[in-house]
Design a protein around this ligand. Sequence first.
Ligand SMILES: Nc1ncnc2c1ncn2[C@@H]1O[C@H](COP(=O)(O)OP(=O)(O)O)[C@@H](O)[C@H]1O
Ligand SMILES: [Mg+2]
Length: 439
Amino acid sequence: MNVLVVGSGGREHALVRQLAASAQAPRIFACPGNPGISRHAVNTEVDPLSNDAVAAFCREQEIDLVIIGPEAPLINGLADHLRRDGVAVFGPGAMGARLEGDKEFAKEVLASAGVPTPHYHAFSNLESALKHLATVELPVVVKACGAAQGKGVAVCSTREEAEKHIRLCLQDQVFGQSGLRIIMEDCLFGPELSVLIVTDGQDYCLLAPSRDHKRIGEQDKGPNTGGMGAYAPVPLPADLYAQIDTRIVLPVLAELRRRDIPYRGVLYAGLMLTEGGPQVLEFNCRFGDPETQVVLPLYQGDFLDLCWTTATGQLGRHLQGAPRSAAGVPAGWTGAGLTTWDRHAVVVVAASDGYPGTYTRGKAIDLPAEEAPDRWLIHAGTRQGPQGLVTDGGRVLGAVGTGRDLPAARKAAYELLDQVHFEGLTFRRDIAAIGKEGR
Ligand SMILES: Nc1ncnc2c1ncn2[C@@H]1O[C@H](COP(=O)(O)OP(=O)(O)O)[C@@H](O)[C@H]1O
Ligand SMILES: [Mg+2]
């Protein structure tokens, strides 16, 4: 099978690595890929945002399956374009991707599905938004409706802060088109949880529940980043698995079918576990980064087969053949009672000093000579220079460790990271350092 993975970050390296481990030994291409990916795949210079260029590449190389990593090409309708050419695609079309690309639309879907989500009001008009702001309870959350690369949301404890973000969106238009409509919603409290639902529109399975660490600083201080680390599975009380399944996953998938929105790929639900139960903060239409780095190694089935059957509407067949837990449920969790995992994974991100602000690129990277079966490096922002590997982004590498429990996985990740060197390397020491209460 010829497989094309679209994207160039840590998520795509993790995807390619997992595909390469398949017993089917696929030929893998990546566009544009990165130096870590090149160990398992052929990188190509095709632009993911040119639907025609990707389609032409698929014809040339007789690609059977395309897996689209980032949201931008999904929102841009790449999946629809390729499907019209008869290529099997893992990733929703533009209609399904709107769940991520338009937060107001996601709210409407949640409301009609009866799924718990914070109350909200939407605005395009500055005066109306400010008038509403004068009446809301604090804290309040202001969100640009469109995709804003993780910078469109402000959790505001004062009206001044909220007004500033509203003006950034509607007046200064710093997020362009994406910020011309905003929502203001109630602020919730509680730990967050990432749930990745793999679905072909009919059947589904849930990957290990994970949690990322968004802030740059330890103890969650400082500005938000793309994610400084993650771990999976997140220990959850057994009844919470069933609640997430019955109150969130099933109604959302049923609502997508009711609206005749086809969805083949992964639907990422960003949840907050409040005292009143889990609520949906947002949807993404693709794998999370860095959550993918820790969720995929825990998947016990053949990952290529999972992607292929999802893309071709045969996920039910894959799930029937998937390895089963002692409780008799497929290797993903389904709310049917599988709440124990025999492996755990942690990823710690090595970032460039200054990130998420300005930082310099091109620093020489010194890597450990060998990886081990329980630990490996994921490339996120690296480049092959004339003299060797150099830094080429804010998030440079992810050190993944796995183990029988979370402390063992954590130890493996940090031991590996200790052997990575480049000028200005920074990382958080408290990734997956969770307390007794499981947070
Ligand atoms: N209603 C809310 N209450 C409290 N915190 C929120 C709320 N909505 C979002 N957040 C916080 O802001 C972060 C980013 O919001 P999210 O909706 O996930 O947008 P995006 O990932 O597109 O930036 C969340 O991970 C969460 O920490
Ligand atoms: Mg988010």
